[in-house]
Design a protein around this ligand. Structure first.
Ligand code: FES
Length: 618
């Protein structure tokens, strides 16, 4: 038994929560145990500075000096600490500032879901009285079904023949696997009560949609933070957690499944249906998320040579095997992955866009935690992934934040005063700046001459540019107009990071075009997936040189492509076949080892970029 003298109590304000932990515990772990959703972008390595807390009472020791990179001497003397860098020694009280908490992101809504031909993997049929339970053959005949003979377990047979023979009986047939399988049997005619769940399993956010499998109607959508967020923001921090922690994989799996269960229960309740009536699930996640949801080992994804080891077939599990609160026999189908950093979410994007069925050459870009780029048409598809997403989602930038309440989302800089005019999500005082705001701010700083073509902040044009601890910085919002009691600034270090991300994205696009000897004039469609496509000012993204100019291209924001792809593959076996073909046939270029990328990246590292990509700026 644990001696009480070895335990300490920690109280958290303003959430009014108390936990008892072992003396010497890392505060970040105690907060995770208490269910406090604290920002921990670097996963607790002391490298992001986002897990700031205030020690109000008690004693805590530093486990390293990394906090000095993020906290000034004054802030430290006031009691500010990084939760991941201290160990709690006595009963203590901590205040958790609002900017350290993960708030619900602004979720991309309004994507119209549609399916050309309804042909869901799970369908209900009336059982015909001629079904037999004799040994040879044991058959359950289904009214109106003419496919391969379905598999039936002993349990289903026993349930069927324990039912009143004169009553109507409904069987649920799943075609997720071959041969098909009867996964449920129930009394009465329930053929009109069949539902499915489509899920976008994002690294940060999970979005779910409940659909009526009999007609494709969407009954509701809901979103929540992926509970894995407190184990680190990036894919690599999640893999590291799984590798280094004894039950890390299970904890990460449970965190994702619990997040999905929250959504599933809410959607079922609102629609007035029972959880067990959800007989099919289709999920679109990146490769790591798909593995973690399924409880598959992610260790091998840590290594750069993992691309060829990633299976391009869909991962399939039963709901009961992963703890999902749908019908326990329902199959969970994960859209197929392509490589280590190009997963089922990207396959879903392609299915949602329809580019794989078109004669015209299209470019698809999805900037999430990772950036995915796919080029091609119905005859060929080529792809790559770039580590550019985080900067455009606010990570790695001093005042960067996700697209959530308090985030500056759009910026314009006054040409005379050099002061920023901006809009904030939720119309409140700003706490930071989110991806679309960062792109606007950088493009505007360039337009007014506060930034030069190398992405360096220019001194002397305005007093709003000053020297800060990371070199020159531009004051975007003065302290008195913020919710964080500090000036919100864009620093040179932020700009270096943004320029690196911009160079990688543009350089990645260029590699794909060069490999297929295409020019900007050949691309006829530009599909932009995700929040980036929905909220970013495309003119500013092009001005900054993230995307080349595509003079002949129609721009199509496709919203949450991963969710649309999951919806389509929930409702159509044809779309599942297409997703499989897309994943199997897509060429993947690993930019980490591609010699051409070194060249295209260095050509793209200035604003906007090479002449052949930006003819109008020449
Ligand atoms: S610095 Fe603490 S989680 Fe990143």
């Amino acid at each position: 038994m644990q001696e009480t003298k070895d335990l300490v109590k920690i109280f958290f304000d303003p959430m009014n929560k108390e936990v008892t932990v072992k003396r010497g515990s890392v505060l970040l772990n105690a907060m995770r145990d208490a269910g406090i959703q604290i920002e921990s972008i670097c996963g607790g390595k002391g490298e992001c500075g986002k897990c700031k807390v205030l020690l109000v009472k008690g004693e805590a020791s530093y486990s390293s000096s990394k906090h000095e990179n993020f906290l000034s001497k004054e802030e430290i003397s006031e009691g500010n600490r990084l939760a991941c860098q201290i160990r709690v020694l006595t009963d203590s009280e901590f205040a958790v500032p609002v900017e350290s908490l993960v708030a619900n992101p602004k979720i991309l809504v309004g994507t119209k879901m549609s399916i050309e031909r309804l042909d869901p993997a799970s369908k209900k049929y009336l059982v015909l009285p001629s079904s037999t339970r004799d040994d040879k053959p044991r058959l359950i005949r289904l009214e109106g079904y003419s496919g391969p003979t379905p598999e039936v377990s002993d349990e289903i047979f026993n349930r069927l023949f324990s039912m009143e023979p004169e009553q109507a009986i409904t069987a649920t047939l799943s075609r997720t696997n071959t041969p098909p399988e009867i996964i449920n049997i129930e009394p009465n005619d329930r053929t009109n009560s069949n539902y499915g769940l489509a899920i976008d399993v994002g690294t940060t956010t999970i979005v779910a949609l409940l659909a009526d499998l009999t007609n494709g109607q969407v009954l509701g959508q809901a979103s929540t933070l992926n509970r894995q967020v407190t184990y680190g923001e990036t894919l690599l921090t999640r893999i590291a957690f799984s590798r280094k922690t004894k039950d890390g994989l299970q904890r990460l799996q449970q965190a994702a499944v619990q997040s999905i269960n929250d959504l599933l229960e809410k959607l079922a309740l609102n629609a007035g249906i029972k959880n067990e009536e959800i007989t099919s699930v289709s999920a679109g996640g990146n490769t790591v998320m798909n593995h973690l949801l399924a409880g598959s080992d992610v260790d091998y994804l840590w290594f750069v040579d993992a691309n060829d080891k990633v299976s391009r077939h869909p991962i399939i599990r039963k709901a009961k095997d992963i703890g999902l609160h749908a019908n326990s026999e329902a199959y969970v189908y994960c859209l197929p992955n392509v490589s280590r950093f190009l997963g089922g979410d990207a396959t879903g994007d392609v299915i949602a866009s329809g580019m794989h069925g078109s004669d015209e050459t299209s470019l698809l870009v999805d900037m999430g935690t990772n950036g995915e780029i796919i080029l091609g048409n119905k005859n060929w598809l080529v792809s790559c992934s770039v580590a550019s997403g985080p900067a455009f989602e606010g990570a790695g930038v001093r005042f960067g934040m996700r697209g959530m309440r308090g985030g500056i989302e759009h910026v314009r800089i006054n040409r005379e005063s050099f002061k920023a005019e901006y809009s904030v999500i939720g119309n409140v005082l700003p706490k930071g700046i989110c991806g679309s705001g960062i792109i606007d701010a950088a493009a505007e700083m360039f337009s007014v001459g506060v930034l030069d073509f190398r992405g360096k902040i220019v001194e002397g044009r305005t007093p709003l540019v000053r020297k800060g601890r990371d070199g020159l910085e531009y004051v975007l919002v003065p302290e008195e107009k913020t919710a964080v009691s500090r000036d919100i600034v864009i620093t040179q270090r932020d700009m270096d990071y943004i320029m690196d991300s911009k160079g990688a994205t543009c350089g990645g696009i260029m590699v794909l075009m060069k490999k297929f000897k295409l020019s900007i004039y050949d691309v006829k469609n530009l599909y932009l997936a995700g929040a980036f496509g929905a909220y970013t000012n495309l003119g500013n993204a092009t001005k900054l040189g993230i995307f080349p100019e595509f003079p002949n291209a129609k721009v199509h924001p496709i919203g949450n492509g991963s969710l649309s792809g999951a919806y389509k593959t929930l409702l159509s076996m044809t779309k599942r076949d297409e997703a499989k073909a897309v994943a199997l046939n897509m060429l993947y270029i690993d930019l980490l080892v591609d010699v051409m990328f070194a060249e295209t990246y260095s050509d793209s590292i200035y604003i906007p970029g090479p002449k052949e990509l930006f003819p109008s700026s020449a």
